[in-house]
Design a protein around this ligand. Structure first.
Ligand code: MN
Length: 206
């Protein structure tokens, strides 16, 4: 998914638009993927169109090399590259038929860090609710494989903080407003029903 280079194309959803119902509705998925995510892809391509020296890099590579990206395209690459990367991760983090909780080493480290899986969910929700305005909530790990729950504003990514994303949650209003309006808490509670912990484990081990 993140191996592509310029010109970037929109990653297709790994399931049908209605697959995450009743937790995330088909209409939201169409707007979110076909309009919002597509716009990040298009705007990233536009930013790089006249900068061929950056066209050989993947999106994660561009995000890590942001300090050397020229000023005139820095904001566009940062915001739209982040938008492409975060949404690719977000679609893959969910699935219609999922295990209700992590297993293996990730389950163990979650228990070590947060005492219980239920307590992890309480902490994750609290953090996601605390993000003022647009942004993301994340379970991340650092270079010692230690877990943390963080938020990033707008389309900022954990990569810029030298952290590895394990589980992303989009808390922009465009992710939930059609179905949930201002009830971000209900959206978060329901989202836990479609978290694909197999993907989170894969990212943790990678
Ligand atoms: Mn989004």
């Amino acid at each position: 998914m993140n191996k592509q280079t310029y010109p970037f194309t929109l990653m297709p959803l790994p399931y049908a638009y209605e697959a995450l119902e009743p937790y995330i509705d088909k209409e939201t998925m169409h707007y979110h993927h076909d309009k919002h995510h597509q716009a990040y892809v298009d705007n990233l391509n536009k930013a790089l169109a006249n900068h061929p020296q950056y066209q050989k890099y993947t999106v994660p590579e561009l995000l890590v090399m942001l300090p050397e990206i020229p000023d005139e395209i820095w904001t566009a690459v940062h915001n739209n590259g982040g938008g492409v990367y975060n949404h690719n991760l977000f679609w893959l983090a969910m699935a219609p038929q999922v295990p209700s909780r992590p297993t293996g080493k990730l389950a163990t480290v979650i228990d070590e860090k947060f005492k219980t899986f239920s307590n992890f969910k309480v902490e994750f929700k609290k953090t996601a609710l605390s993000q003022f305005g647009s942004g993301w909530a994340w379970l991340v790990s650092n270079n010692r494989d230690e877990l943390a729950i963080i938020t990033t504003a707008n389309q900022n990514t954990p990569l810029e903080l030298n952290l590895k994303p394990i589980l992303p949650l989009d808390v922009w209003e465009h992710a939930y407003y059609l179905k949930y309006q201002n009830r971000r808490g209900d959206y978060i509670d329901n989202w836990f029903n479609i978290v694909d912990w197999r993907q989170a484990e894969k990212l943790y081990y990678t």
